[in-house]
Design a protein around this ligand. Structure first.
Ligand SMILES: Cc1ncc(COP(=O)(O)O)c(C=O)c1O
Length: 379
């Protein structure tokens, strides 16, 4: 028996799986230890009180059954309280919050929630490489709209005219900028004009530098009428492996994602939700410490490069590579792994994404190697 061809064949190559394999193969070769700036995986886990909350919860004999599919009320209330207190957005925990197993799940599922066969889903270019998987599985067409490098990577939505939905992502992976003034308002106006929906991926919402305040798309007037935001435990609290995130905002879209999950998933393990509540409601010093560490490492890496790239948030630097230098050469000659820009959409060619989600000493080493690599091609 051979399974029949189906939509799975439409899926693009999984960029990060392929990248990890290339980096592992290079690391296994003889030479200096490899420095890996290709990763998007926080290097520090959550603070001790979060681990303790999991430990306590798991000791409860009643904790091991199926959890409610739509999440515990307290989990939904905790994220709603964070939205009110940190981002100035009111959410109804009953109707405007869905608990999901990580925002990557939401990214893929929202394409099916918002598009039918043949509809168009429009992505920013450059985009996070996991975005094209959703439209492939939904049978939707993928289109892109440009982010404009000379306008702070602001979206130009003219080419999104006929789309059923568009995705936005600030702080941007890979461009590492916060939303430029007016970008969220323009997206709301686009949706009001066209009837399309907006999904804002806010995975890095709290990782912002130089005294900036975290900014939710939902704080924009009219946003809740036309869209949702994806919020992740992974980056704010270093809980990437725990697989918890939220879809918040428009009640009809939230209900649809809940409906899909009613049919395809069971709830998230209750002790994990206890730890999520502890993270959301407990002391927040770890978030500030994490941001300060990324900001410090950003400065080290930026100073080593000839033209310091902008990085206003996330834990990335988005860097244009000079003629004669590409990700392959950095990997084999200089033993520095980066995420090649080609995987981030048509305009990513010639660029690379560098991550500072690694310890200080390794960032210093990376800075030194990159400095030499850039200097060698400039000479
Ligand atoms: C822009 C962006 N969105 C979403 C995700 C996925 O996050 P999660 O761990 O919540 O699935 C990532 C992870 O790197 C990301 O960079």
């Amino acid at each position: 028996m051979r399974p029949r061809p189906n939509r799975l064949q439409q899926l693009p190559e999984q960029y990060f799986v392929a990248l990890l394999a290339r980096v592992a193969a290079a690391a296994a070769q003889e030479g200096e230890p490899l420095v890996d700036l290709g990763r998007g995986n926080p290097e520090t886990g959550p603070p001790p009180h979060v681990i303790e909350a999991l430990r306590q919860a798991v000791l409860d004999p009643k904790a091991h059954g199926y959890a409610p599919i739509r999440g515990l009320h307290r989990t939904r209330a905790a994220i709603a309280a964070r939205y009110r207190d940190v981002y100035g957005v009111e959410l109804d925990p009953e109707t405007e919050v869905a608990v999901i197993p990580g925002t990557k799940t939401g990214i893929v599922e929202l394409a099916s929630v918002l598009c039918d066969d043949g509809d168009t889903l429009c992505l920013p270019d450059p985009y996070y490489p996991d975005y094209p998987s959703g439209p492939a599985l939904a049978g939707a067409r993928l289109a892109t709209f440009p982010l404009q490098p000379d306008a702070g990577w602001a979206p130009d939505l003219d080419s999104a005219a006929g789309a059923a939905a568009l995705y936005l992502n600030y702080p941007s992976n890979p461009c590492a900028v916060c939303a430029p003034p007016g970008a969220f308002e323009d997206a709301v106006a686009w949706a009001q004009r066209t009837g399309g929906a907006v999904v804002h991926d806010a995975a890095y919402i709290d990782i912002v530098f130089d005294g900036r305040a975290p900014q939710s798309f939902l704080a924009t007037k009219g946003a809740k009428d036309i869209g949702v935001e994806l919020w992740s435990m992974s980056k704010t609290f270093g809980m990437a492996g725990w697989r918890v995130g939220f879809v918040v905002g428009n009640a009809e879209i939230v209900e649809r994602i809940n409906l899909l999950n009613d049919h395809s998933r069971v709830g998230i393990f209750a002790p994990i939700q206890a730890a999520v509540i502890a993270a959301l409601e407990g002391p927040q010093d770890s978030v500030a410490e994490r941001v300060a560490a990324y900001e410090r490492r950003r400065d080290v890496l930026a100073q080593a490069l000839p033209e310091a790239p902008i990085s206003e948030g996330t834990f990335y630097l988005w860097v244009r590579l000079p003629d004669g230098l590409d990700a392959g050469r950095l990997l084999t000659e200089y033993r520095v792994a980066v995420a090649p820009g080609e995987g981030f959409g048509p305009s990513g060619a010639g660029w690379a994404r560098l991550s500072v989600a690694i310890d200080d000493a390794t960032v210093e080493l990376a800075a030194d190697r990159l400095h030499h690599a850039f200097a060698a091609v400039a000479a």
